[in-house]
Design a protein around this ligand. Structure first.
Ligand code: ZN
Length: 263
């Protein structure tokens, strides 16, 4: 059962139980407050066949992934509102972020359900990507943060153990929404005058992108590489990203107001 279905089920259960629990509350008034009323912070709730994980378990798991990357998803340090526009490019990038947030509900299950901010270093790509991800997280949509280089490095370390590897890569393959921050960072190498890509990085990220592409799972991407460079890195990966982000792809080039918005 998907997270969304589970949440729907829980909401339904809650509605059915409202009357009953209302009566219970009157009999045993309690001053105790829980972060999650559903499971009283135990992370388990009764299911049809025994105990099942509460909806808050998944949220806590995702929250820990953010925290491991040094970010607290419940602190609103980086929001769309705090993003400062300083030129036409940043204004446009911000508008695309707002549109994506607005449209998400409607487009989430379509092929063009993703957003990317690519190109010029220092143009607020990470800020906007994180704001979108946190907005979705707030709306109860399981949105996983993937700081590209760190995660790829960890996945490589797990490659020898198939079971551990699959378990860790599944987090990024199957997340309801995935934010890939700084895609391909550190993967281009110069070798004997030729530019080459780190092959195991490509293999890992292809596995993630391709799975999400085939299953229409949204991606939020930031990368300092422009669309041509993403295609150079790996055509199969680059073309999937361009297709998925087609309606929300902001490509920033040069220092000032030089940008392309592929729409
Ligand atoms: Zn709970």
């Amino acid at each position: 059962m998907s997270l969304e279905d589970r949440i729907k089920q829980l909401l339904k259960n809650r509605e059915e139980n409202t009357e009953e629990s209302g009566q219970k509350k009157n009999l045993t008034p309690s001053t105790q407050t829980y972060k999650c009323e559903e499971c009283k912070d135990s992370l388990w709730i009764p299911g049809e066949n025994g105990m099942i994980r509460c909806q808050c378990f998944e949220r806590e798991r995702i929250k820990r992934l953010w925290e491991r990357a040094g970010l607290n998803p419940e602190q609103k340090a980086r929001t769309i509102e705090t993003f400062q526009e300083w030129n036409l490019t940043s204004k446009l990038a911000k508008r695309v972020a707002i549109e994506y947030i607005r449209d998400f509900e409607e487009i989430q299950n379509t092929r063009q359900n993703s957003v990317a901010f690519i190109g010029q270093v220092g143009s607020g790509k990470t800020h906007l990507s994180i704001s979108i991800a946190l907005n979705l997280f707030d709306r109860g949509i399981g949105t996983v943060y993937m700081p590209y280089r760190d995660v790829i490095m960890k996945l490589k370390q797990n490659m020898m153990d198939e079971e551990v590897y699959q378990r860790s890569i599944d987090t990024f393959k199957k997340a309801k929404v995935l934010l890939i921050d700084d895609l391909f960072k550190g993967d281009f190498n110069r070798f004997q005058g030729k530019e080459t890509m780190n092959e195991s990085s490509v293999r890992i990220i292809f596995e993630i992108i391709n799975y999400r592409y085939l299953n229409n799972l949204p991606i939020i991407i930031s990368s300092e590489y422009n669309a041509d460079k993403l295609l150079d890195a790996d055509e199969a990966i680059g073309s999937r990203i361009i297709e998925m982000t087609k309606n929300y792809l902001v490509e920033i080039e040069g220092r000032e107001n030089n940008y392309r918005l592929r729409r």
